[in-house]
Design a protein around this ligand. Structure first.
Ligand code: PMV
Length: 345
């Protein structure tokens, strides 16, 4: 018997960063992210039960991609308890990312959340249950996605999500993300994120290694405490939507702290490039001169996420073309925005 499912699932960008973990992908501090739209994975999964040759076969864009198989196999091992059928199944996965190949954009959040969605769907089919998309089902998918990649837990929900327990945030949990779209002002529901591609190369240090370096970092406890405070400030700022200066201050401080942590360990590393810094200085100058509330955040890499309200789209576009594309690899940037979360395809 063969079962199939297909989902598209977006990437997300953290405003308060998750950096440091323990146990099986449990975060050391709560994080809050925007769910993106243009940057997403489209995935199709086929599962044949009691197959002669169990195992996973992975394709990317219609072509075999065995290099992805070890990571997926370890993810599947973590799901043995939940999906006992996986052990004896033959699983075929084909996916494609909508963002430009080799743009240096991490695909683990979109890919692992798409995988968790497909697996959960197929589980319902096997159990002959109704296919769901309601809140408790998505919560559970978020937990499964977390076991593959921590940040993937947040991609399951539209607009914004919080992952990690905070005593000040009802319902928050280390196990799964919770939806946050109903708790933020309308200005954030269509916030723009233009991703300036400073370098399209693969990351030189994996996030797994980066997280593990937090274990011996002298500043770790202070960082977790600060992240806990920042998320509570951001929750309040985003609820009212009235103080974009305060929003900017938390976002930029979080981005630079993430990179400062990388530079502070016993084996420090730098993921920013000279053009990352050049863009940041341009943003500060432009904001000073125009008072347009544009700010940046950074992921674990050199690319700059430019965040701004939709009403400034035209001004920002003109400025990007005039002043910023020269800092981008081959002039490439991705025009993304806060999005509506995953959907079946
Ligand atoms: O989900 P991981 O293990 O790839 O870690 C992601 C860490 C950051 O992207 C740097 C921050 C975050 O919260 O997404």
């Amino acid at each position: 018997m063969t079962y199939t499912s297909a989902w598209q699932s977006p990437s997300n960008i953290a405003l308060v960063k998750y950096w440091g973990k323990h146990g099986i992908q449990l975060p050391r501090n709560p994080s809050l992210s925007f769910t993106l739209s243009a940057c997403r994975t489209e995935m199709k999964m086929e599962v044949s039960l009691n197959a002669g040759t169990p195992g996973v076969t992975v394709y990317y864009d219609g072509k075999p991609k065995p290099a992805f198989e070890p990571k997926i196999n370890s993810f599947f091992q973590r799901l043995d308890d939940r999906f006992p059928w996986l052990k004896s199944a033959s699983v075929f996965i084909d996916s494609i990312n909508t963002f430009p190949h080799g743009a240096g954009i991490a695909s683990s959040a979109s890919a692992l959340s798409a995988m968790a969605l497909c697996l959960s769907d197929i589980h319902e089919l096997i159990e002959q249950k109704q296919q769901e998309t309601n809140q408790p089902w998505l919560q559970d998918v978020s937990l499964l996605a977390r076991l593959g990649s921590g940040s993937a837990s947040r991609s399951v929900f539209p607009v914004a999500a919080i992952w990690g327990h905070s005593p000040g945030i009802a319902g928050s949990s280390d196990d799964y993300a919770i939806p946050w779209q109903d708790n933020i002002a309308s200005v954030f529901h269509d916030y723009q994120d233009t991703i300036l591609i400073v370098s399209a190369s693969e990351k030189s240090v994996s996030s797994t290694l980066g997280h593990s370096m937090m274990n011996d970092l002298a500043y770790a406890a202070t960082r977790y405490e600060l992240a806990g405070k920042n998320i509570l400030s951001l929750v309040e700022i985003m609820r009212s939507g009235k103080d974009l200066d305060a929003f900017i201050s938390v976002c930029e401080s979080e981005a630079l702290q993430l990179h400062a942590l990388m530079m502070s360990g016993a084996n420090p590393f730098i993921l920013m490039e000279p053009n990352t810094i050049a863009i940041i200085k341009k943003i500060w100058q432009f904001r000073n001169e125009t008072k347009i509330p544009v700010c940046f955040t950074l992921d674990a890499g050199p690319n700059v996420h430019l965040l701004y309200p939709k009403i400034y789209q035209q001004d920002i576009q003109t400025w990007i073309n005039a002043e910023l594309t020269k800092f981008c690899a081959d002039g490439v940037y991705i025009s993304d925005h806060v999005g509506s979360g995953p959907s079946r395809i």
